[in-house]
Write a protein that binds this ligand. Structure first.
Ligand code: UD1
Ligand code: CA
Length: 460
């Protein structure tokens, strides 16, 4: 289509109660890939650069509004669920009559941009477009009735369909594009004369035919895309479909995945070349993986950047942290939020880091807690070291200079500063700053008690 398209408004139907979810949450707040169903549908509208988005809400409206606290969104209440036509009507006084209105459902989260673009592109500005799908199992859906010109002349609901109509294998997805002024007029003319006593949105098709407005049925090629989510089983099936798409997209970008069925992506992942994801990788939020990064089995990476050629060994959790290139992390390392690790760092097993900067070449290899710390270059922190950053009321900083060596089992009582090239003897509790290039230790003198005997068990 070469004509320019009219500005677009999106109406999202989200008033459904979702009884079959058996949940305290409204249905559109159930999560798919870590995001509410409605969030997926809103993203579609945003990607289409819609000028206006109106969400029709009903049950649990306050919770839905609170979850999407965006001043650009508009809301229309449908206090009683009198049908899809009634639902769309609630939004119309917020829609510019010169726009085209794209109608989406808040519980149909797998619809793709490509399919919606096709619907918009193949429907002229002054016509109605409906997305349809052919399926061998049309039961339950509205059936598409076409005339000899192949235009859609009616949509008949399952409960209203004759036997002949029930045999039609083309179904209504519920996604429409309609000129706003006409839509408003038709919605007001709909009557609830049908088996369910509802105001059917689908009746606009017959009204359009009466007004000689063409209704284009654009046939989508994938029923998966238009499947609505009504219960937890469908939600889990949708999750599988979503994950398969997300993992396939990563593989197309050059990521090697040990098992595509055992990777979960709940956010936006940016990848370099030759990234490797082992089994049970979970990537959450904004994650960036540099060239050749390797994520070992059972790792969870949340809102973090992993540098080129860096490897996460099995069972690491990395949150809101940046790790440089050529670093080795884990197994069993936990990076709590706000760490910045430079290149060639090493963080070993059972190490916890929090809000710490670790400069190039430094190693924290075993059983250690480093929090609120600035660690210089080429520092070696021995096993079982603890930065005592919390005095019960406030957090304090530990600063460790370049080239320092912290022996095993050291407690660094913050605020404290360890000098450049300083060495701290094993087992010390350091609460005063340690000078550059000296050995500092704090230890009781070792003694042995002659004639001492171990206690023995008292006879019963
Ligand atoms: C509707 C269509 C049917 C189509 C099917 C696709 C009508 C009359 N029928 O049927 O042709 O094949 O979708 O899935 O439109 N909603 C409201 N307020 C209401 C009623 C519904 O907001 O008063 C919302 C629901 O929350 C849901 C959407 O509209 O998101 C569709 O409603 P639903 O009851 O699922 O429609 P179906 O009967 O399945
Ligand atoms: Ca219904």
């Amino acid at each position: 289509m070469t004509t320019t398209s009219a500005p677009l408004s999106v109406v999202i139907l989200a008033a459904g109660r979702g009884t079959r979810m058996k949940s305290r949450l409204p249905k559109v707040l159930q999560t798919l890939a870590g995001r509410p169903l409605l969030g997926h549908v809103l993203e579609l509208g945003a990607t289409l650069s819609a000028e206006q988005t109106v969400i029709v809400y009903g049950h649990g409206g306050d919770a839905v509004k609170a979850a999407f606290d965006d001043p650009a969104l508009r809301w229309a209440e449908q206090a009683e669920q009198l049908g899809t036509g009634h639902a769309v009507l609630q939004a119309m006084d917020q829609i510019d009559p010169s726009h085209r209105v794209l109608i989406l459902c808040g519980d149909v989260p797998l619809l793709t941009l490509e399919t919606v673009r096709r619907l918009l592109d193949e429907t002229p500005n002054d016509a109605v477009g409906v997305l349809t799908v052919r399926t061998p199992k049309p039961h339950g859906y509205g059936r598409i009735v076409r005339n000899d010109n192949n235009h859609v002349v009616a949509i008949v609901e399952q409960k209203d369909a004759s036997e002949a109509q029930q045999a039609i294998d083309e179904i209504n997805s519920g996604v429409f594009v309609v000129p706003a002024a006409l839509l408003d007029q038709w919605l007001r003319a709909i009557e609830p004369k049908n088996a369910q006593g509802e105001y059917y949105l689908t009746d606009i098709v017959g009204l359009a035919a009466n007004d000689d407005v063409a209704v284009h049925g654009v046939v989508g090629d994938d029923i998966e895309e238009i499947t609505g989510i009504n219960d937890r089983i469908q939600l889990a099936e949708a999750e599988c479909i979503f994950q398969r798409r997300a993992v396939n997209a990563l593989m197309r970008e050059g990521v090697q995945v040990a098992d595509p069925y055992r990777v979960d992506i709940r956010g936006k992942v940016t990848v370099g070349q030759d990234v490797f994801l082992d089994v049970n990788t979970v990537l959450i939020g904004d994650v960036t993986l540099g060239d050749g990064a390797k994520i070992g089995p059972n790792c969870v990476v949340i809102d973090s950047t992993i540098g080129a050629e860096t490897e996460l060994f099995p069972n690491c959790v990395v949150e809101q942290s940046t790790i440089g290139a050529h670093s080795l992390i884990g197994p069993f390392a936990r990076l709590r939020p706000l760490n910045e690790l430079a290149d060639r760092t090493k963080v070993g097993n059972f190490v916890e880091l929090k809000k710490s900067v670790i400069a190039e070449g430094s190693k924290v290899n075993h059983l250690t807690y480093v929090g609120d710390s600035l660690v210089g270059k080429n520092v070696n922190i021995g096993a079982g070291t603890i930065t005592c950053n919390y005095d019960g009321a406030n957090k304090h900083q530990t600063i460790i200079g370049d080239g320092a060596f912290i022996g095993s089992g050291v407690e660094l009582v913050a605020p404290v500063e360890i000098g450049t090239g300083a060495t701290i003897g094993a087992g010390s509790t350091i609460s005063k700053s340690a000078p550059d290039h000296q050995l500092t230790l704090e230890r009781a003198r070792q003694r042995s008690i002659e004639g001492w005997e171990r206690p023995v068990k008292k006879p019963k």
